[in-house]
Write a protein that binds this ligand. Structure first.
Ligand code: AMP
Length: 283
């Protein structure tokens, strides 16, 4: 496996392979890789001739009050996982290489970014959209894999690629969970033992909503209220949002009709967790 740290050498590698007709797959990550990332890497490995994984903790998507400096960076373990999974290139740019001193341009996707994570973290999605645009230009993949775990991010990337004609095929893979239902996340390591015990309640709340919809409940207020019940068992959990939304535009649904996405975010101690579930209404 090749480790590439500079932007020009990454682009040169990809351009050479593209000229040879090689299909390039890409999995962008912030490292601290877990089985959720591994699933994306495996699928991409099977579908593409060459596979690039980027590991870049993108400062532009953290606010000054967030956890940029303490974000986990187990780079030796991450590289080992990539090697194990047959990754061809681990692209590890520096912050200075991605954002030189004269850097100015910001990419925004204002409608998709308006609610939920965008409301809770005002500059987050501009940081994501900007770095994804740059990474796509640098790596020049044919296909790129993203996790449903970050549902709004995946929707934003699809929109971005469509609007800016970036020419990358976006693939979304299901969320990989721990045995107790907690969605895997690099941030789960921040949870204390007691917080970790409470953390699966978020997925339980979403499952309550999913079950109600499967049982043909259509009243969104009743569904949202029921989703809050499991979380009430732990008063230290702060619910930021639990919403029944249109899976395309992510707008809140007045009534459940054909399909929906249940979105949730909670704060447990100092850790913010997000999760979601897609629901198709049985006909
Ligand atoms: P991150 O390193 O957190 O920026 O995530 C990199 C990619 O992995 C994103 O597309 C995430 O949506 C995806 N991802 C993170 N956690 C999971 C998970 N539990 N299951 C599937 N994909 C995930």
């Amino acid at each position: 496996m090749k480790i590439i740290r500079t932007v020009p050498s990454m682009t040169a590698w990809s351009e050479r392979l593209r000229r040879e007709g090689v299909t390039i797959g890409f999995v962008p990550t912030m490292g601290a890789l877990h089985d959720g990332h591994r699933a994306l890497i495996r699928t991409s490995r099977l579908r593409c001739d060459a596979l690039v994984v980027s590991i870049f903790v993108n400062p532009a998507q953290f606010s000054p009050t967030e956890d940029l400096s303490k974000y986990p960076r187990p780079i030796a373990r991450d590289r080992a996982l990539c090697r194990e999974e047959g990754v061809d290139v681990c692209f590890e740019p520096t912050a200075g290489g991605m954002y030189p001193a004269d850097f100015q341009t910001i990419v925004t996707v204002p409608v998709i970014a308006r609610r939920w994570e965008g409301a809770a973290r005002p500059h987050h999605f501009a940081g994501v959209a900007t770095v994804v645009t740059k990474l796509f230009r640098i790596v020049q993949p044919h296909l790129a894999w993203f996790g449903q775990k970050d549902y709004q991010q995946a929707a934003l990337v699809r929109q971005l690629v469509h609007d800016l004609n970036l020419g990358v095929k976006i693939q979304i893979r299901p969320t990989v969970r721990e045995r107790d239902g907690l969605a895997m996340s690099s941030r789960n390591v921040y949870l204390s033992a007691n917080e970790r015990r409470m953390a699966p309640l978020l997925s339980q709340a979403l499952r309550v909503g999913r079950r109600m919809i499967a049982d043909r409940v259509r009243d969104v207020a009743a569904i949202e209220q029921a989703m809050r019940q499991p979380l009430k068992r732990e008063p230290t959990i702060h619910v930021e949002y639990l919403a029944v939304c249109d899976p395309d535009g992510l707008e809140p649904l007045p009534v459940v009709a054909t399909h929906a996405v249940l979105l949730g975010a909670v704060q447990i101690g100092s850790v913010r967790l997000i999760d979601n579930m897609l629901v198709r209404i049985p006909s």
